[in-house]
Structure formats: C-alpha cells, structure tokens
Design a protein around this ligand. Structure first.
Ligand code: 5AD
Ligand code: SF4
Length: 486
C-alpha cells in the first residue's frame, strides 16, 4: 500500500514498519509503498496502493475488508492481481502526476495479463469522475471515497465490460459497521477513522470537494473498534479526521458526544492504550480537549496544529478564520495546560499575493511557536477550489521555492533545538519494531511523537512493550538513548 499525506498526515518514520518505498523525495510523508498478503476464498486477488493522507490509508483498510468479505485475497505483487486498486490523493498537482505515472505502469501489467481490472479510488476519482473512463481510458473502475460499499457491484459491471463509476458523496456514510482489515500492520499502532469530510472551505484546499460534507461516526462503534484493537495487542490508536475537534455525534438516546468526551471514552479503555489524534484546527481545538489530555497520561502529548501562514492578510485570503494572534494564544494555552506537549504544523509557501512581509510573518510565527516538526509545501493551485476561482496564483515559482527553502531551513533548526533539549531526559517509549538501520536496536516513540532509537541489550522485550529510555544524543529527526530501569 502506498500512503502519502495531507492535513491529517504521517511521516515516513511513522509507518516505517510498512514495506516502504519513497516515491516522491521532495516531501517527507508524501508517498510510501506497502502491500499486504492474505488468502483468497474465490480464487481472486487484489493489490492496493494508497497515496495521500492517513485517511486514505485507513480507507484502504475498509476497502480491503469489503473485498475480503467478497472472498478476495491480498497480494503484494500487482502482476499476480486480478484487481489492481490505487487509492489516490488530489491535494497537490504533483501527487496527481505521480499517480498518473503509476497508472500507466499498471496499464502495462494489464496488457500482459488480460482480464485484470484497474480501479481508481479516493480523491482523484472524485475529482475526475467519469473523465477517467472517457478521456484517459487508464482505468476500468472509478470509486469515490463515500462509495466503497458499491465496489463488489462495480467489479461485476466492469467484468461485463460495462462502465463502472460511483462517485456519489454522502452526508451519512462513515463505514462505522465495517471492521477494517489491518494492512501491513506492525501489530502495535493503528488508525481509527472518527469522522469524514470537511466543512471548512480553506480556499486552497480541494478536500471539501473530494470528500464532501463533514459527518461524525457513531461514538460507540469507535470505542468498540479501539477496545478490540487493544484486546488484539495493539497499544496505540490514532483517531483520524480532517478536523477532529469538530467531532460531534448525537446518539439516538443520551447526550451528544463532543471530541473531548470521545477522547475521554477512548482513554478509559486502558491506561496501557496510547491515544493520538489528527488533525486539529486552531479555531476548533477547545481548552476542554486540553484539560482531558492533561487528565489522562495515555493521551499523547502531541498536537498537530496547522498554521498554514503567519500573515493575517494571507490567513484571511485562505479563509482560515483565525489570526496570528489567535494562533499564538492557542499555542500559549497548550503550553500552559500541557507544558511538555509537542506541537507540529503545516505551512504553505507562496500562496496567492504573498509578499515578502507576509513570508517574514510566517518565519516569525514559526520562531514564536518553536514547532517541533512541520510539513511544508509550495502552494499548488487546485482546480475548482475557491482560491483558483477568486485569486491569481501570482507568486513566481522561483520565489515560492526560495521561501519554502527558508521555511525548511528554519524548521530544521527548530527541530534540532527541540531534540537537543531532550538530551538527558528519560521518556516512556512504546516499542514499534526494529530500527531501520540495525536489528540490534529498537525503534519506538515517546508521547511527543518523537522517534527514539536504543540498543536492545539482553532484556526480553518485544514490540508493544513500554520502556524507559534516557536520551544521550539527537539529530533533527531522531533521539538516541539507553534503556533505564525505573
Ligand atoms: N497547495 C499546497 N499545499 C496544500 N495543502 C492543502 N492544499 C494545498 C495546496 N493547494 C497543505 C496544507 C494542508 C496539508 C494537508 O496540505 O498545508 O494542511
Ligand atoms: Fe484541512 Fe482546511 Fe482542507 Fe478542511 S479545507 S481538509 S481544514 S486544509
């Protein structure tokens, strides 16, 4: 499966337990490969790759579950598959280009093995709809993010040589009743989708058009899924949504469930289950959420809080609905209630009309907030978005590039400073698996989401164990330490 990532995203290091393959070196976290293997009951096999956000990764696990119920097995080799699926991302033009190239490669696989069906899922399917079949003729099946239940029917239609498209968006679909099949799992960490869609309408963003209106998943089904994961041995869940703080579920009976309440319910499953969430919108994250985090040590001290820009004028053009002062006050509040909380961000360089003074405001807010990590992008105009309709993409590519470089260089410095400060500290680390570099070392993560590498020594430890590690060295991306007995 391939994964890349937007608002709600992960880095390569987050999923290094997958059989990973970097496709786009320009951005950490943009594209990964991993596939799954599993038995077939109908003699047929599917192959799936995902690009984009954690949400896509999580959706692919729902798709795998639907196909599994139809008797399909999973294969890691596209050449062996009867059905090749690609779960797509539209967030930037480059992601779409990568996917188009990959589809052309699959086309060659199909030429060698007649009868293989190729399906495109997710955001690009939604954006390009039946154009895929009519103009591009690269694929046989097109399924939008709310239509995965119709996949078995669409496969039958495509097998009969008929047009197989379903890109209907829904106001209700949350796939609450489908138990995801965990693909490429490390058995320790898992994603759990809690809501779908987005109502925010940030002007640069295609997501509200490709994933539709916001809807929250039944709270009980979320708690049940997390409980079941814990019982299977998982020790960390990441609650996923484009804007988790606006989670709001009204059950048929009883009180409405807010995000703060949901966090609390999941945290109560077991003190041994870590909880993470992504993504938070600065306008929606409440003090109540911060206080719940403070009460439960198993809710990780880490918030991904995309700022996008430090300039009030640009923030307004982006329709982010907060000012730099509001954002800084949120960060102050987080540090007041959760002094040891890690904070990361998303930043866009070169949005429409951005001047040097706006760019300086972005560098300035980064320094003020001392982000531990950021995902940084050049603005990429997306068809159909409000920005594309209203504003001119008028910052020259070389200016965008230079500003992005300055942002990246500053973030590298901030990340290094943040990691240097951890030297000498002792962290509780959840072991996820072997270090990529050496089987003699474990790789795990602390509550702040930092990767920690430490020697295995003679102790009988395994993935899923919690250990205390004293940090003695760091780079900008990683902490290095030794086990300590405490
Ligand atoms: N151009 C560049 N970056 C974008 N993002 C979303 N849309 C665009 C775009 N058109 C970034 C934002 C968002 C992250 C997931 O991707 O920073 O938070
Ligand atoms: Fe995130 Fe804004 Fe896009 Fe919604 S519209 S997914 S909040 S960037």
């Amino acid at each position: 499966m391939y994964i890349c990532l937007p608002d709600f995203m992960i880095e390569l290091k987050d999923i290094n337990y997958l059989s990973t393959k970097m496709l786009d070196e320009s951005r950490q976290g943009e594209a990964f490969a991993g596939t799954a293997e599993g038995k077939s009951n109908n003699g047929k096999y599917f192959y799936i790759e995902s690009y984009g956000c954690q949400m896509n990764f999580s959706d692919s696990e729902i798709v795998a579950s639907i196909l599994h119920s139809e008797g399909y097995g999973a294969t890691r080799q596209p050449e062996e598959a009867d059905l090749i699926l690609i779960n797509t991302c539209s967030i930037r033009e480059k992601a779409e280009q990568t996917i188009r190239n990959r589809l052309k490669e699959f086309r060659h696989v199909k030429e060698r093995k007649k009868g293989t069906l190729i399906g495109v899922l997710g955001c690009m399917a939604e954006r390009l709809k039946s154009k895929w079949l009519e103009e591009e003729q690269l694929v046989d099946i097109v399924v939008g993010p709310d239509a995965y239940r119709s996949l078995p029917l669409l496969i039958r239609q495509a097998d009969d040589g008929r047009k197989a498209v379903n890109v209907l968006l829904s106001r209700e679909e949350t796939y609450a009743d489908i138990a995801p099949v965990r693909l490429d799992s490390n058995g320790v960490t898992a994603f759990v989708s809690i809501m779908r869609g987005c109502n925010n309408m940030c002007t640069f963003c295609v997501v509200p058009f490709t994933r539709g209106r916001e809807r929250s998943r039944d709270a009980e089904s979320i708690v049940a899924e997390c409980t079941s994961l814990f019982e299977q041995g998982f020790r960390e869940v990441t609650l996923l949504g484009q804007n988790v703080d606006s989670y709001y579920y009204v059950p048929p009976q009883g009180e409405p469930v807010t995000f703060a309440r949901l966090l609390e319910k999941v945290a109560q499953i077991s003190p041994l289950l870590r909880i993470r969430f992504s993504t938070s919108h600065p306008k929606d994250i409440t003090d109540e959420v911060l206080w719940v985090m403070a009460r439960y040590p198993n809710i990780c001290r880490y918030i991904h809080l995309p700022v996008q820009s430090g300039s009030n004028r640009i923030l307004q053009l982006m329709n982010r609905t907060y000012t730099r002062e509001w954002y800084k006050a949120k960060v102050d509040k987080i540090r007041e209630i959760l002094p040891d909380c890690g904070i990361s961000s998303d930043i866009i360089a070169g949005f429409c009309t951005e001047q040097e003074i706006d760019h300086q405001d972005t560098l300035d807010i980064m320094k003020y907030c001392r982000f531990d990590m950021s995902y940084m992008f050049m603005y990429s105009e997306r068809p159909g978005t409000l920005a594309q309709r209203r504003y001119k993409d008028d910052v020259l590519p070389e200016v965008k590039k230079r500003r992005l470089t300055e942002i990246v260089n500053l973030q590298n410095r901030l990340s290094l400073e943040s990691n240097r400060k951890d030297i000498g500290k002792i962290f509780e680390v959840l072991i996820e698996g072997n270090s990529k570099r050496s089987d003699a070392d474990w790789m795990g993560r602390n509550s702040q989401n930092k990767v920690v590498i430490f020697p295995k020594n003679e102790k009988k430890l395994k993935p899923g164990d919690y250990v205390n590690v004293k940090i003695h060295d760091s780079t900008q991306a990683t902490l290095f330490g030794e086990l300590v007995n405490e």
